[in-house]
Design a protein around this ligand. Structure first.
Ligand SMILES: Nc1ncnc2c1ncn2[C@@H]1O[C@H](COP(=O)(O)OP(=O)(O)OP(=O)(O)O)[C@@H](O)[C@H]1O
Ligand SMILES: [Mg+2]
Length: 498
């Protein structure tokens, strides 16, 4: 019999009368890594927010080490030994790494003066443990999203918590950062800590987790030891049915060149040239830091080229800002959800039509509300967006569902050229497939799509060609018929392929 450090019993949670958790039981065993999985909006983050005092439960019981507990704030749960690494990063961007790690717990000397030296030295130790050589005095806003994620992890580790909750920690991490994280997580398990691990990447679950708890639509489907499960079985538990072919490839007739990039160079990319054709999906692979996001953002006008040319439909264009890009029919879905222009204080309708409002102007110059509602409902249906309704504010949607709205907003501008940066990050397996089907549909209608992705199966699954980048340059381009994981990785690490 496993020894429980936490047991949550018959948890019910309602938000203004809507039940999002219904009688859920969840156990955390001592010295084990517990996977918590389920589709977007299943209630994973909410359950962990209840455990840690971010939300109050409607009813149910929480036991910590056998004792009933009622945390009203995160501080209370932290004091008891529970650390929570949130899905959405919670760092203060204008403070240094070290200040973030020890925020609210700064080491103080006599007279209450902060011992800066100690704070930064201790911070450095935690960073080193995670394999980071960042200066703890560096401001958080100056480091990559992946590094920021690692800082959140360092912060949680420094609390020396008995239970550490990681809500999708690897989304923005490089492969080596992920490996390092897994080593640390295993060390923590060795030392008797318990980890709750939330992820949509099932391979990670099989790599490190001991037990799997599955939620579906706010209810508990089951808890099993990992040995009893395989990927298909977990998916079946999550979505309630067997999932056929995950990558629905469609072959369309590929037309004339729509976007041509010639010798594009700036401080991020060097001499990048490629063509994108009508009805084509060009996958862009590479390691994190290879310049893929920067390439997309340069085409979109966020960064300026120093030299080189961009041609749309055969004519050179000058793109000085995202506004210019949109004018030329180029849309961009950012990898960073906080940046991709969804507005948390607005509802689904407002977000979906935010960039395409011009298409909704009626005969007398007013906004055609019913048309707006119709198209929003279409996206809700085609992407299975889980929301209380089209008028729910985005801040109340789960992470993956916010991502889907961001994609809908881009699609609604009906761009000729769509730049997608990690389009399915944080999206569950079932919804991923729906997103691929939607992308395919637009491709069949003649949209040209450049898709940056770190998931090689996704690149192989739906692109027509793959371009691989390494250190800001294109290291190879392969037709999909010839592409496989190994070839892509070889180019991605910058090796010559014979
Ligand atoms: N503050 C809130 N007010 C109203 N509804 C909410 C609130 N927080 C979450 N919800 C709803 O609760 C449900 C569960 O959301 P939750 O964020 O727990 O999902 P999740 O399993 O973490 O999904 P994901 O994998 O997308 O992160 C969703 O339908 C969401 O819209
Ligand atoms: Mg979540």
């Amino acid at each position: 019999m496993e020894e429980k450090i936490v047991s949550m019993e018959n948890i019910i949670k309602e938000f203004s009368g809507v039940r999002v958790l219904d009688n859920v039981n969840f156990n955390i065993y001592k010295g084990k890594i517990m996977a918590l999985v389920g589709e977007n909006g299943a209630g994973k983050s909410t359950l962990m927010k209840i455990l840690t005092g971010v939300y109050l439960r409607t009813s149910g019981k929480v036991l910590f080490d056998g004792e009933p507990v009622d945390f009203n704030t995160t501080k209370e749960s932290q004091d008891k030994g529970i650390a929570f690494i949130h899905q959405e990063l919670n760092l203060v961007r204008d403070l240094s790494i070290g200040e973030n790690i020890f925020l609210g717990r700064e080491p103080v000397g006599p007279g209450g003066k902060i011992k800066w030296r100690k704070l930064f030295d201790d911070s450095r130790e935690w960073l080193t443990k995670l394999g980071l050589d960042e200066d703890p005095r560096e401001l958080v806003k100056n480091i990559s999203v992946g590094k920021q994620q690692m800082i959140e992890i360092a912060k949680a580790l420094s609390l020396d918590a008995q239970v550490i909750i990681m809500d999708e920690p690897t989304g923005a991490l490089t492969m080596s950062e992920t490996e390092r994280l897994f080593e640390v997580v295993k060390e923590l398990r060795e030392a008797g800590h318990s980890i709750v691990y939330i992820s949509h990447r099932l391979n990670e679950i099989f790599e490190i987790c001991d037990h799997v708890t599955v939620l579906r639509d706010g209810t508990l489907v089951g808890e099993e030891p990992i040995e009893k499960l395989d990927e298909d079985r977990i998916i079946e538990m999550m979505v309630g049915r067997k999932l056929s072919e995950q990558y629905p490839r469609v072959d369309t007739e590929i037309g004339e060149v729509v976007l041509e990039v010639k010798g594009l160079t700036n401080r991020f990319v060097e001499n990048v040239s490629f063509q994108l054709r009508k009805g084509e999906i060009l996958g862009v692979a590479g390691l994190v830091g290879a310049g893929r996001t920067e390439l997309a953002r340069t085409i979109y006008g966020v960064y300026q080229p120093e030299s080189g040319e961009i041609l749309v439909n055969g004519s050179p264009v000058s793109i000085k800002s995202p506004k210019d890009a949109l004018k030329n029919g180029i849309a961009y879905l950012s990898e960073d959800r906080k940046e991709n222009g969804i507005v948390l204080g607005m509802d689904l309708v407002e977000n979906v039509t935010l960039a395409s409002l011009g298409n909704y102007v009626g005969k007398i110059g007013n906004i055609d509300k019913s048309k707006e509602r119709e198209s929003t409902d279409r996206y809700i249906k085609s992407m299975s967006i889980k929301a209380a309704g089209r008028n729910q504010l985005l801040q109340f949607l789960s992470g993956g569902n916010q991502q889907k709205v961001a994609l809908a907003k881009n699609l609604d501008t009906n761009p000729g050229i769509l730049l997608l940066d990690e389009p399915t990050r944080g999206v569950d397996v079932g919804a991923k497939k729906e997103i691929y089907e939607l992308i395919n549909k637009y491709k069949q209608e003649g949209m040209s799509i450049l898709m940056v992705s770190s998931e090689i199966p996704e690149i192989l699954g739906i692109s027509d060609r793959v371009m691989i980048m390494h250190e800001g340059r294109v290291s190879g381009t392969i037709d999909i018929a010839e592409a496989d994981q190994e070839k892509i990785m070889t180019y991605a690490v910058g090796k010559e392929v014979s």
